[in-house]
Design a protein around this ligand. Structure first.
Ligand code: ATP
Length: 245
């Protein structure tokens, strides 16, 4: 079966098969994820272009996190295929970073200690692409010398530490599940500025940075969004260029 894509600028219907994006870094073809008898994701076919920023919207339980976790290679499709960089997500995991909506930080450690710990895990998994924790913390506006445990940080600082944790792996494909949750408008806007900056980072050997994020606060991401995907009941029901109108 030919892989098909969501076409920028046009609404996607289940019947119409939009053209393939040749520079796609993500390609799902007829992907479903079934838990028991329940379909969390149903026959999803879509592409994500290299260098783009895509926001995935939808009500609770729509399948947003399931879609992101499939692309991250944390779960595998029950049916259909998921390709990242024309390969399986598992084979390309060095190029992919996934930030869960849970903070995934050790409260009793400082930001530097947290980043150093996770960098060590990353190396143990055979990844040599870990950048400098100091640089990652500076990139998100945090002082690497802060010795305070992250358990004492504000929510905004914790989110920025979580972002630094994934940015230190120098990902080409950044997957963010609810990066603005629990942030006020100002901290959310700051997070968007950081993501805009991340997109400008050069990639060794060429290439570009691609971002996919889920959120319930669509407007926050507006400044950086190239494509908006709306999901319902495990399916993509709408795709449009730019922020949601
Ligand atoms: N491991 C699992 N086992 C069983 N059901 C699951 C599992 N993971 C997800 N689901 C179900 O799949 C559906 C989609 O879940 P998912 O987390 O992808 O939704 P979501 O759009 O991210 O929702 P939210 O906005 O609340 O985070 C939900 O009904 C959820 O209960």
């Amino acid at each position: 079966m030919e892989p098909v894509s969501c076409q920028v600028g046009k609404e996607q219907s289940a019947a119409a098969a939009p053209p393939i994006i040749s520079s796609a870094v993500v390609q799902l073809t007829g992907a479903s994820k079934i838990y028991g008898t329940f379909a969390a994701l149903r026959n999803v076919t879509t592409s994500i272009a290299a260098g783009s920023c895509t926001v995935i919207l939808g009500e609770n339980g729509a399948g947003k996190s399931t879609l992101l976790r499939l692309i991250a290679g944390l779960i595998t499709p029950t049916r259909g295929t998921v390709a990242t960089f024309s390969s399986t997500p598992q084979e390309q995991r060095r190029r992919i970073a996934y930030m869960s909506h849970a903070p995934m930080l050790y409260d009793e450690l400082s930001a530097m200690e947290n980043l150093a710990y996770f960098a060590g895990l990353h190396r143990d998994e055979g990844c040599n692409c870990v950048g400098s924790p100091e640089m990652a913390l500076r990139a998100v506006g945090l002082d690497p010398k802060l010795t305070r445990p992250v358990g004492q940080y504000s929510q905004g600082m914790r989110q920025r530490t979580s972002l630094a944790r994934v940015l230190q792996t120098d990902p080409e494909l950044l997957l963010l599940d609810e990066p603005f949750s629990n942030l006020d408008v100002e901290s959310g806007a700051h997070m968007v500025e950081l993501l805009a900056d991340f997109r400008t980072w050069p990639v060794a050997g060429g290439g570009s940075r691609t971002i996919l994020l889920t959120t319930h606060q669509a407007r926050l991401a507006d400044p950086i969004v190239d494509l908006t995907i709306t999901m319902r009941a495990g399916q993509i029901i709408h795709t449009e260029a730019g922020p949601r109108r």
